[in-house]
Design a protein around this ligand. Structure first.
Ligand SMILES: NC(=O)C1=CN([C@@H]2O[C@H](COP(=O)(O)OP(=O)(O)OC[C@H]3O[C@@H](n4cnc5c(N)ncnc54)[C@H](O)[C@@H]3O)[C@@H](O)[C@H]2O)[C@@H](O)CC1
Ligand SMILES: Nc1ncnc2c1ncn2[C@@H]1O[C@H](COP(=O)(O)OP(=O)(O)O)[C@@H](O)[C@H]1O
Ligand SMILES: [K+]
Length: 497
């Protein structure tokens, strides 16, 4: 069943198709533009009543058309409006031309605009139709506006920002507020686009949901509304063995903390039992620092095979503090038919020959491998994708997921969770204080805990990322990874909807 459209993001290309279909179905497209422009006018009046003058910068397409409508509405509200046009307004087409004609004030060429104190800039240069990198004169004006720190309200997208990838081409307006229409685009959530947009307002200009639904793709905001139904259900008949058994592999004597953070987070995510599989040399330190988490010696591959004979072991986390090298590779490959979260050193161990990893997990259908690389780890395993400037983070994560036949959790402020089947989520609930040592170890443990409780890999990864963000929000600024692990809670269905 298709999910409700408000979780879904719409790419700029899909938005153009929506636009076409709306017009074809008889909807008055100029009416849509009027609603869009009026919403921008309302935002400007609401947010900047103190502006001395409002400079509306209008581009050569429909984004510029929205700008002319906004300018006329502002003028009628008594605002001192100054309109600057990019390109020859005589070349405007269709609705944008009609909007230009509907504006009763004076217009000046774009090059004449210089930011002044007291200005509010309404940026209607380019929106979803940005098709190539900006020309140098436009780049220079945008840089001058950004340097002057005058407030900017962006129409649809800050000009220069690619709505698909969230990347500037090559620069973008720094807005404090963005008014977009019907649905957000990936570029509103992906960094640095998210930061360039300021606050984002989604205004409903009245395009019917069925038209949006027909064009929305498989990229959505990471929200419990999508995967809440797959969360583990705790019934009165629960017993610890019915809630799964997670194993986390510890590193050597000097690097055991990371695995303990994962183990504790897995337990807090609701799994029934957690075992820390430790090398004998680290047995004392691990035993001394765990209580609810159990400890078991697993030194080498034969010991691991012996351990795996117990089929109740339902999921595994390998990587946090484990150490990079042959042992990590051998253990990972031995786990290729099990549910596995591969993190940190587990990922980096395949830096030289990632194909070894991919081949071993290629046949699993559906996949039960979740990889959780941060930027550096992603680059180690997928250097070609990481260094391809034309690809956005969603496209990179999707290509990596396909190649590895794994769920890829490409971490960062804008974590992307991607599946080999083409679905992807962009996460938005993670606060910046998650950028602290060990918080990734906690994430791996949460996802492992959800896998162990039977959640499918994609949903477990998405829910894990979301629960990680929620835990961080509960603790607040100044959190340490220990606080974070302790603050993890299972998400209940009641709170998920
Ligand atoms: N999708 C919808 O249903 C609606 C869209 N509206 C507006 O329409 C916009 C999209 O309109 P368009 O498709 O006309 O696109 P834009 O207005 O964003 O830009 C397209 C124009 O800019 C030119 N162009 C693209 N990149 C350029 C570059 N780097 N340098 C110079 N010129 C460049 C193109 O040749 C074209 O003329 C949206 O962003 C939104 O503001 C609204 O009018 C409301 C309805
Ligand atoms: N600026 C940020 N805003 C939100 N979340 C962040 C930010 N920076 C990092 N994170 C999150 O914090 C975690 C850090 O993980 P990782 O880089 O593996 O660190 P470590 O190895 O120290 O545990 C990831 O889940 C990442 O998405
Ligand atoms: K714009």
């Amino acid at each position: 069943m298709k999910q409700r459209s408000f979780y879904h993001l719409i790419t700029p290309a899909a938005m153009a198709a929506v636009d076409r279909d709306a017009a074809r179905s008889g909807i008055d497209s100029f009416g849509l533009m009027q609603k869009a422009g009026q919403a921008v006018c309302a935002a400007a009046l609401r947010l900047f009543p103190e502006a001395v003058r409002m400079a509306v910068l209008c581009g050569p397409g429909n984004n510029g058309g929205d700008g002319y409508i906004a300018a006329e509405a502002l003028r009628l509200s008594g605002v001192d409006v100054h309109v600057f046009h990019l390109g020859d307004p005589a070349l405007l087409k269709g609705d944008a031309s009609a909007a230009f004609l509907a504006y009763r004030g004076k217009v000046r060429p774009f090059a004449e605009y210089g930011p002044c104190s007291g200005d509010l800039v309404i940026d209607a240069l380019f929106g979803a139709g940005l098709g190539r990198v900006l020309d140098q004169p436009v780049v220079e004006v945008i840089e001058r506006i950004n340097a002057a720190s005058v407030p900017v309200i962006a129409v649809d997208l800050p000009s220069g920002l690619d709505g698909l990838t969230g990347q500037p081409r090559p620069v973008a307006m720094q807005a404090c507020h963005t008014v977009t229409f019907m649905a957000r685009k990936p570029g509103h959530l992906l960094m640095p686009g998210r930061a360039l947009c300021g606050t984002v307002e989604v205004f409903d200009i009245g395009i019917p949901g069925r038209i949006l639904d027909a064009h929305r793709g498989d990229v959505a905001i990471n929200t419990p509304g999508i995967w809440g139904g797959s969360l583990p259900k705790l019934t009165g008949a629960a017993y610890k063995f019915t809630r799964g058994h997670l194993t986390v592999f510890s590193g050597p004597m000097s690097a055991t903390g990371a695995a303990r953070l994962s183990a504790m987070a897995g337990l807090k995510a609701g799994v029934g039992l957690v075992t820390l599989a430790t090398p004998t040399e680290a047995l004392c330190v691990n035993s001394a620092q765990t209580t609810a988490v159990m400890v078991k010696e697993v030194d080498d591959l034969p010991a691991l095979h012996e351990y795996l004979k117990d089929k109740r072991m339902s999921a595994f986390v390998l990587g946090p503090g484990f150490g990079v090298g042959e042992k990590a590779r051998a253990f990972t490959l031995a786990l290729s038919d099990r549910k596995l979260v591969l993190d940190a050193d587990g990922i980096s161990s395949f830096h030289e020959k990632p194909e070894d990893l991919f081949e071993h997990f290629a046949k699993n259908a559906p996949t039960h491998l979740v990889m959780t690389p941060h930027e550096g780890e992603f680059t180690r395993l997928f250097p070609d994708l990481a260094n391809e400037p034309a690809l956005g983070k969603v496209q990179k994560a999707l290509a990596a997921a396909k190649r590895a036949n794994a769920i890829v959790v490409y971490k960062g402020a804008d974590t992307v969770i991607a599946s080999p089947d083409g679905r992807a989520f962009i996460n938005e609930n993670a606060p910046p204080w998650l950028a602290t040592a060990g918080s990734g170890d906690v994430l791996a443990g949460i996802i492992g805990g959800l896998l162990a409780q039977g959640m499918p890999a994609f949903e477990a990864a998405a829910a894990g990322v979301y629960m990680h963000g929620e835990a961080a929000l509960r603790v607040g600024e100044g959190l340490t990874a220990e606080d974070l692990a302790a603050a993890v809670r299972p998400l209940q269905m009641e709170t998920a909807f």
